[in-house]
Ligand binder design. Structure first.
Ligand code: CTP
Ligand code: CA
Length: 285
Protein backbone atom coordinates (compact mmCIF):
# COMPACT_ATOMS: atom_id res chain seq x y z
CA UNK A 1 0.00 0.00 0.00
CA UNK A 2 1.36 3.37 -0.99
CA UNK A 3 1.13 6.07 1.64
CA UNK A 4 0.35 9.47 0.13
CA UNK A 5 -0.14 12.98 1.35
CA UNK A 6 2.63 13.08 3.90
CA UNK A 7 5.19 15.82 4.39
CA UNK A 8 8.81 14.83 3.60
CA UNK A 9 9.78 16.28 6.96
CA UNK A 10 12.06 13.35 7.87
CA UNK A 11 14.13 13.58 4.68
CA UNK A 12 17.80 12.98 5.43
CA UNK A 13 17.01 11.71 8.95
CA UNK A 14 18.11 8.31 10.19
CA UNK A 15 15.60 6.53 12.40
CA UNK A 16 15.85 3.24 14.26
CA UNK A 17 12.61 1.50 15.21
CA UNK A 18 12.25 -1.66 17.27
CA UNK A 19 9.09 -3.70 16.74
CA UNK A 20 7.48 -6.94 17.83
CA UNK A 21 8.12 -8.83 21.04
CA UNK A 22 11.22 -10.54 22.37
CA UNK A 23 11.40 -14.26 23.18
CA UNK A 24 13.53 -15.62 25.98
CA UNK A 25 14.64 -19.20 25.41
CA UNK A 26 13.99 -21.87 28.06
CA UNK A 27 15.45 -24.74 26.03
CA UNK A 28 15.92 -25.37 22.27
CA UNK A 29 12.16 -25.69 21.69
CA UNK A 30 10.50 -23.39 24.26
CA UNK A 31 10.50 -19.75 25.14
CA UNK A 32 8.80 -17.07 27.24
CA UNK A 33 7.22 -14.48 24.96
CA UNK A 34 4.48 -11.89 24.70
CA UNK A 35 1.55 -10.98 22.45
CA UNK A 36 3.09 -8.12 20.50
CA UNK A 37 2.33 -8.45 16.77
CA UNK A 38 4.71 -5.74 15.53
CA UNK A 39 1.89 -3.89 13.75
CA UNK A 40 2.53 -0.55 15.51
CA UNK A 41 6.29 -0.70 14.88
CA UNK A 42 5.73 -1.60 11.22
CA UNK A 43 3.26 1.29 10.85
CA UNK A 44 5.97 3.57 12.27
CA UNK A 45 8.45 2.19 9.75
CA UNK A 46 6.13 2.62 6.74
CA UNK A 47 5.14 6.16 7.69
CA UNK A 48 8.75 7.15 8.41
CA UNK A 49 9.80 5.89 4.95
CA UNK A 50 6.87 7.83 3.45
CA UNK A 51 8.07 10.98 5.26
CA UNK A 52 11.56 10.58 3.78
CA UNK A 53 13.51 8.92 6.61
CA UNK A 54 16.25 6.31 6.28
CA UNK A 55 14.77 3.53 8.42
CA UNK A 56 16.39 0.64 10.28
CA UNK A 57 13.71 -1.68 11.63
CA UNK A 58 14.79 -4.11 14.35
CA UNK A 59 12.06 -6.75 14.26
CA UNK A 60 11.60 -9.29 17.04
CA UNK A 61 9.52 -12.32 16.02
CA UNK A 62 7.22 -10.50 13.64
CA UNK A 63 5.17 -12.38 11.02
CA UNK A 64 4.78 -9.41 8.67
CA UNK A 65 6.37 -8.65 5.28
CA UNK A 66 9.35 -6.30 5.32
CA UNK A 67 8.23 -2.70 4.76
CA UNK A 68 9.48 -1.41 1.40
CA UNK A 69 12.44 0.90 1.70
CA UNK A 70 13.45 -0.05 5.26
CA UNK A 71 16.50 -2.05 6.36
CA UNK A 72 15.17 -4.91 8.47
CA UNK A 73 17.26 -6.65 11.15
CA UNK A 74 15.54 -9.74 12.58
CA UNK A 75 16.19 -10.68 16.20
CA UNK A 76 14.71 -13.05 18.74
CA UNK A 77 15.84 -12.45 22.33
CA UNK A 78 16.21 -9.26 24.33
CA UNK A 79 20.00 -9.67 24.24
CA UNK A 80 19.90 -9.75 20.42
CA UNK A 81 17.49 -6.80 20.22
CA UNK A 82 19.73 -4.80 22.57
CA UNK A 83 22.82 -5.53 20.44
CA UNK A 84 21.02 -4.52 17.23
CA UNK A 85 19.55 -1.32 18.68
CA UNK A 86 22.77 -0.21 20.40
CA UNK A 87 24.70 -0.91 17.19
CA UNK A 88 22.30 1.18 15.07
CA UNK A 89 21.59 4.02 17.54
CA UNK A 90 24.87 5.95 17.35
CA UNK A 91 24.55 8.30 14.40
CA UNK A 92 20.77 7.92 14.25
CA UNK A 93 18.64 11.04 14.71
CA UNK A 94 15.78 9.15 16.33
CA UNK A 95 15.29 5.85 18.15
CA UNK A 96 11.76 4.56 18.72
CA UNK A 97 11.40 1.58 21.06
CA UNK A 98 8.05 0.18 19.98
CA UNK A 99 9.03 -3.43 20.78
CA UNK A 100 7.59 -5.24 23.76
CA UNK A 101 10.80 -6.22 25.53
CA UNK A 102 10.68 -9.07 28.05
CA UNK A 103 11.43 -7.73 31.52
CA UNK A 104 12.78 -11.08 32.68
CA UNK A 105 14.47 -14.12 31.16
CA UNK A 106 15.12 -17.62 32.47
CA UNK A 107 18.34 -17.64 34.49
CA UNK A 108 19.38 -20.85 32.72
CA UNK A 109 19.00 -21.72 29.05
CA UNK A 110 19.02 -25.49 28.78
CA UNK A 111 21.05 -26.88 25.88
CA UNK A 112 18.80 -29.92 25.57
CA UNK A 113 15.03 -30.20 25.64
CA UNK A 114 13.63 -30.48 29.16
CA UNK A 115 12.03 -33.93 29.45
CA UNK A 116 8.98 -34.97 31.42
CA UNK A 117 9.78 -37.19 34.40
CA UNK A 118 7.64 -38.96 36.96
CA UNK A 119 8.12 -36.13 39.48
CA UNK A 120 6.95 -32.52 39.38
CA UNK A 121 8.88 -30.11 37.08
CA UNK A 122 11.57 -27.77 38.34
CA UNK A 123 10.62 -24.11 38.72
CA UNK A 124 12.00 -21.69 36.12
CA UNK A 125 14.07 -19.03 37.86
CA UNK A 126 13.91 -15.62 36.19
CA UNK A 127 16.48 -12.83 36.15
CA UNK A 128 16.02 -9.20 35.05
CA UNK A 129 16.79 -8.13 31.51
CA UNK A 130 18.65 -4.89 30.77
CA UNK A 131 16.38 -1.91 30.13
CA UNK A 132 17.40 -0.85 26.61
CA UNK A 133 15.37 2.37 26.54
CA UNK A 134 16.81 3.52 29.87
CA UNK A 135 20.29 2.62 28.60
CA UNK A 136 19.77 4.80 25.50
CA UNK A 137 18.69 7.71 27.72
CA UNK A 138 21.64 7.18 30.05
CA UNK A 139 24.17 6.86 27.18
CA UNK A 140 22.90 10.18 25.81
CA UNK A 141 22.98 11.83 29.24
CA UNK A 142 26.56 10.63 29.76
CA UNK A 143 27.68 11.82 26.29
CA UNK A 144 25.81 15.13 26.01
CA UNK A 145 24.38 15.98 29.42
CA UNK A 146 20.91 16.09 27.84
CA UNK A 147 18.19 15.28 30.37
CA UNK A 148 14.72 15.86 28.90
CA UNK A 149 12.50 18.16 30.96
CA UNK A 150 9.57 16.66 32.81
CA UNK A 151 6.27 16.43 30.98
CA UNK A 152 3.86 19.19 31.86
CA UNK A 153 0.92 18.08 33.88
CA UNK A 154 -1.97 19.10 31.61
CA UNK A 155 -4.02 15.98 31.19
CA UNK A 156 -6.25 15.59 28.12
CA UNK A 157 -9.96 15.45 28.83
CA UNK A 158 -11.27 11.96 29.32
CA UNK A 159 -7.91 10.50 30.31
CA UNK A 160 -7.86 8.93 33.75
CA UNK A 161 -5.22 9.06 36.44
CA UNK A 162 -4.00 12.14 38.26
CA UNK A 163 -0.27 12.76 38.30
CA UNK A 164 0.99 12.52 41.87
CA UNK A 165 2.87 15.53 43.21
CA UNK A 166 6.61 15.09 42.88
CA UNK A 167 6.36 12.83 39.84
CA UNK A 168 5.47 15.18 36.99
CA UNK A 169 7.63 17.99 38.36
CA UNK A 170 10.66 15.93 39.23
CA UNK A 171 13.59 16.07 36.82
CA UNK A 172 15.07 12.61 36.25
CA UNK A 173 18.26 13.25 38.16
CA UNK A 174 20.94 10.65 38.82
CA UNK A 175 18.69 8.95 41.36
CA UNK A 176 15.75 8.89 38.97
CA UNK A 177 17.10 6.30 36.57
CA UNK A 178 16.72 2.58 37.08
CA UNK A 179 19.77 1.05 38.74
CA UNK A 180 20.95 -1.06 35.84
CA UNK A 181 24.64 -0.25 36.23
CA UNK A 182 26.33 -2.80 38.40
CA UNK A 183 23.14 -4.35 39.76
CA UNK A 184 22.83 -7.26 37.40
CA UNK A 185 20.28 -5.63 35.10
CA UNK A 186 22.83 -5.09 32.40
CA UNK A 187 23.52 -8.04 30.14
CA UNK A 188 26.41 -10.07 31.49
CA UNK A 189 29.47 -9.20 29.43
CA UNK A 190 31.38 -12.10 28.01
CA UNK A 191 35.17 -11.97 27.88
CA UNK A 192 36.41 -9.80 25.03
CA UNK A 193 33.02 -8.15 24.68
CA UNK A 194 31.81 -4.92 26.24
CA UNK A 195 29.01 -2.44 25.93
CA UNK A 196 29.64 0.48 23.59
CA UNK A 197 30.93 3.48 25.51
CA UNK A 198 29.04 6.75 25.14
CA UNK A 199 29.97 8.52 21.94
CA UNK A 200 32.25 5.70 20.87
CA UNK A 201 30.46 4.78 17.66
CA UNK A 202 28.78 8.09 16.84
CA UNK A 203 26.66 10.83 18.32
CA UNK A 204 23.64 10.06 20.51
CA UNK A 205 20.13 10.17 19.04
CA UNK A 206 18.49 13.59 19.27
CA UNK A 207 15.05 12.17 19.97
CA UNK A 208 14.34 9.01 21.98
CA UNK A 209 10.80 7.61 21.99
CA UNK A 210 9.38 4.91 24.27
CA UNK A 211 6.09 3.04 24.28
CA UNK A 212 4.10 1.86 27.27
CA UNK A 213 0.95 -0.18 27.62
CA UNK A 214 -0.71 0.62 30.91
CA UNK A 215 -3.94 -0.63 32.41
CA UNK A 216 -4.32 1.38 35.65
CA UNK A 217 -3.38 4.99 36.50
CA UNK A 218 -2.43 5.34 32.84
CA UNK A 219 -1.10 8.90 32.90
CA UNK A 220 0.51 8.84 36.33
CA UNK A 221 2.40 5.66 35.44
CA UNK A 222 3.29 7.11 32.04
CA UNK A 223 4.64 10.39 33.44
CA UNK A 224 6.80 8.51 35.94
CA UNK A 225 8.04 6.18 33.20
CA UNK A 226 8.96 9.06 30.85
CA UNK A 227 11.07 10.64 33.59
CA UNK A 228 12.61 7.35 34.74
CA UNK A 229 13.70 6.35 31.23
CA UNK A 230 15.08 9.74 30.19
CA UNK A 231 13.18 9.71 26.89
CA UNK A 232 11.64 12.65 25.01
CA UNK A 233 8.30 11.11 24.09
CA UNK A 234 6.38 8.23 25.63
CA UNK A 235 3.45 6.78 23.71
CA UNK A 236 1.01 5.39 26.25
CA UNK A 237 -1.31 2.87 24.61
CA UNK A 238 -4.73 2.28 25.96
CA UNK A 239 -5.12 -1.47 26.35
CA UNK A 240 -8.71 -2.63 26.09
CA UNK A 241 -11.26 -4.54 24.03
CA UNK A 242 -10.30 -4.36 20.35
CA UNK A 243 -7.29 -2.18 21.07
CA UNK A 244 -3.51 -2.61 21.09
CA UNK A 245 -2.15 -6.17 20.83
CA UNK A 246 -2.71 -7.74 17.41
CA UNK A 247 -5.35 -5.25 16.28
CA UNK A 248 -5.10 -2.77 13.40
CA UNK A 249 -6.41 0.03 15.62
CA UNK A 250 -4.85 1.87 18.51
CA UNK A 251 -5.62 4.78 20.80
CA UNK A 252 -2.88 6.58 22.68
CA UNK A 253 -1.73 9.54 24.67
CA UNK A 254 1.74 10.79 23.74
CA UNK A 255 3.52 12.25 26.77
CA UNK A 256 6.02 14.95 25.82
CA UNK A 257 9.07 15.94 27.89
CA UNK A 258 8.74 19.64 28.62
CA UNK A 259 5.32 19.84 27.00
CA UNK A 260 1.66 18.96 27.19
CA UNK A 261 0.38 15.48 26.31
CA UNK A 262 -1.14 14.86 22.88
CA UNK A 263 -4.16 12.59 22.64
CA UNK A 264 -4.53 10.40 19.53
CA UNK A 265 -8.10 9.15 19.18
CA UNK A 266 -8.87 5.57 18.29
CA UNK A 267 -7.89 4.89 14.70
CA UNK A 268 -5.43 2.99 12.50
CA UNK A 269 -1.93 2.46 13.92
CA UNK A 270 -0.68 4.80 11.15
CA UNK A 271 -2.45 7.66 12.97
CA UNK A 272 -0.46 7.03 16.14
CA UNK A 273 2.68 6.72 13.99
CA UNK A 274 2.05 10.04 12.23
CA UNK A 275 1.35 11.79 15.55
CA UNK A 276 4.73 10.50 16.79
CA UNK A 277 6.53 11.69 13.65
CA UNK A 278 4.84 15.13 13.87
CA UNK A 279 6.22 15.55 17.39
CA UNK A 280 9.61 14.11 16.41
CA UNK A 281 9.90 16.43 13.38
CA UNK A 282 9.13 19.49 15.48
CA UNK A 283 11.75 18.48 18.07
CA UNK A 284 14.34 17.92 15.30
CA UNK A 285 13.58 21.29 13.66
N1 CTP B 1 11.91 -1.41 27.32
C1 CTP B 1 13.23 -1.65 27.06
N2 CTP B 1 13.89 -2.64 27.72
C2 CTP B 1 13.25 -3.40 28.64
C3 CTP B 1 11.88 -3.16 28.92
C4 CTP B 1 11.24 -2.16 28.24
O1 CTP B 1 13.82 -0.95 26.24
N3 CTP B 1 13.92 -4.35 29.27
C5 CTP B 1 11.23 -0.31 26.60
C6 CTP B 1 10.05 -0.74 25.76
O2 CTP B 1 10.47 -1.00 24.42
C7 CTP B 1 9.15 0.48 25.82
C8 CTP B 1 9.46 1.09 27.18
O3 CTP B 1 10.72 0.55 27.58
O4 CTP B 1 9.49 1.45 24.86
C9 CTP B 1 8.45 0.87 28.24
O5 CTP B 1 8.24 -0.49 28.43
P1 CTP B 1 7.36 -0.95 29.65
O6 CTP B 1 7.29 -2.44 29.66
O7 CTP B 1 6.07 -0.19 29.62
O8 CTP B 1 8.21 -0.38 30.87
P2 CTP B 1 8.91 -1.08 32.09
O9 CTP B 1 9.97 -0.16 32.55
O10 CTP B 1 9.36 -2.46 31.73
O11 CTP B 1 7.77 -1.10 33.20
P3 CTP B 1 6.60 -2.16 33.53
O12 CTP B 1 6.86 -2.60 34.91
O13 CTP B 1 5.34 -1.32 33.43
O14 CTP B 1 6.63 -3.28 32.53
CA1 CA C 1 7.98 -4.10 30.92
Amino acid sequence: RVLRGRPRDLAGRKVVISAGGTREPIDPVRYIGNRSSGLQGYALARTAVARGAEVTLVAANVALPDPAGATVVRVESTAELREAVLAAAPGADVVVMAAAVADFRPAVRHDSKIKKTDGEPDAITLVKNPDILAELGELRRAATGVVPAAASGAVPAGASGAVPAGVAGAAPGPGGLPPYAGTGERSPERPGERSPAAGERGPSPKVIVGFAAETDDVLANGQAKLARKGCDLLVVNQVGPGLAFGTPDNAAVVLVAGGAPVEVPRGPKEDVADAVWDLVASRLA
